[in-house]
Design a protein around this ligand. Structure first.
Ligand code: 6GU
Length: 263
C-alpha cells in the first residue's frame, strides 16, 4: 500500500519511522511518503493560508496550494482503483475500526493535514467530483486538536497494522477491542501470579481452556457494560448465547423487542 501525507509540519510524522509501522516500511509492505505542503507554494513567503471570506477568526488554507500538491501525489492511472483522499477534521465522520479495515484494502491513501480553521471547502468538493479519488473527512472524536497531523499518525497506525505481514501473529487482531464480537477486550495478566497483594484470577491458572474462555467473555461483557453501554445496545441478541444473556441481565440489560436495553 502507498500512503502520502501532506502537512506543513512533516516533522510531526517522524514517529512513523518507529515500531511496527517503521518495520512495515522497511519490509516494503508500506510505501509511506511524507511531504511538506509548502513545497507547492509559489510566493517568496511560502504562504499556505489566508483570511476567511465572510469574516471571522483565524485563517483558512488556500485551495490552489492544496490542489497543486494533491494533483502531484495522485497518479495518472488511479481511475481503475481510485485513491482515497482523507481529510482529518473535527467536523468529519468518526474514524472506527471498520473504517481502518476498509482503508487497509485500498491501494493508495492521501492524507491532507489541515491547520488553522481548516482547508478551503472547494478542495473536498473538487476532488469529490474527480473519478481518480474518493474523499472522506474523518474525526478522531469529540474534541478539537490544532491540526490533522496527530489524526494522520492515528490513521496510518490503525491501517498499517492490518496490512498482511505487519502484526506478527494475525490472531492478535481477532480478539481485540472493537473486533468482530462488538465488545471491549477482557483484562490480561502475566507473571508474577501475585504482585503487591493483587492476585491473578485463579481461573487463568487453572489450565481449563473452556472456563478461561467463559471468564474472558464475561469480563468483556462486564467491561463493555460499564465503559461503553452504546456498544451493548448495538449488539445483536441473536449472536449471544444463554450465558451472555444471563450475565447481561445481572448487569441490568435485557432483550426487549429483539434489542438490548438497560433496565
Ligand atoms: Cl481529525 N482533526 C482535528 N483538528 N481535531 C480533531 C480531529 C481531527 N479529531 C478530533 N479532533
Amino acid at each position: 500500500m502507498r500512503i502520502d501525507v501532506l502537512s506543513i509540519f512533516p516533522a510531526y510524522l517522524a514517529p512513523l519511522d518507529l515500531s511496527l509501522v517503521g518495520k512495515a516500511r522497511t519490509a516494503g509492505i508500506l510505501d509511506l511518503r511524507v511531504h511538506d505542503l509548502r513545497d507547492w507554494t509559489t510566493d517568496r513567503h511560502r504562504t499556505v493560508d489566508d483570511t476567511p471570506f465572510g469574516g471571522g477568526a483565524g485563517m483558512v488554507m488556500r485551495p490552489d496550494v492544496w490542489g497543486a500538491a494533491i494533483d502531484d501525489v495522485l497518479g495518472a492511472d488511479e481511475r481503475e482503483r481510485p485513491a482515497r483522499l482523507l481529510v482529518p477534521t473535527p467536523s468529519g465522520e468518526p474514524l472506527t475500526q471498520r473504517t481502518a479495515e476498509a482503508l487497509a484494502a485500498e491501494q493508495h491513501l492521501v492524507v491532507a493535514c489541515g491547520r488553522y480553521e481548516g482547508i478551503d471547502a472547494r478542495v473536498a468538493e473538487h476532488y469529490g467530483a474527480d473519478e481518480r479519488v474518493r474523499v472522506s473527512e474523518f474525526s478522531l472524536g469529540d474534541y478539537v486538536l490544532n491540526g490533522g497531523e496527530v489524526a494522520a499518525l492515528v490513521l496510518v497506525e490503525a491501517v498499517a497494522r492490518l496490512l498482511p505481514g505487519v502484526v506478527g501473529n494475525p490472531h492478535s487482531l481477532v480478539e481485540e477491542s472493537h473486533g468482530e464480537a462488538g465488545l471491549l477486550e477482557y483484562p490480561v495478566y502475566t507473571k508474577p501470579p501475585s504482585w503487591r497483594g493483587h492476585d491473578v484470577p485463579d481461573v487463568l491458572l487453572s489450565g481449563h481452556h473452556g472456563r478461561v474462555e467463559r471468564w474472558r467473555r464475561d469480563e468483556a461483557l462486564r467491561r463493555t457494560v460499564l465503559r461503553r453501554p452504546d456498544m451493548i445496545a448495538a449488539l445483536d441478541p441473536d449472536a449471544l448465547d444463554r450465558t451472555d444473556l444471563a450475565v447481561l441481565e445481572e448487569l441490568g440489560w435485557v432483550v426487549v423487542d429483539g434489542a438490548l436495553v438497560a433496565r
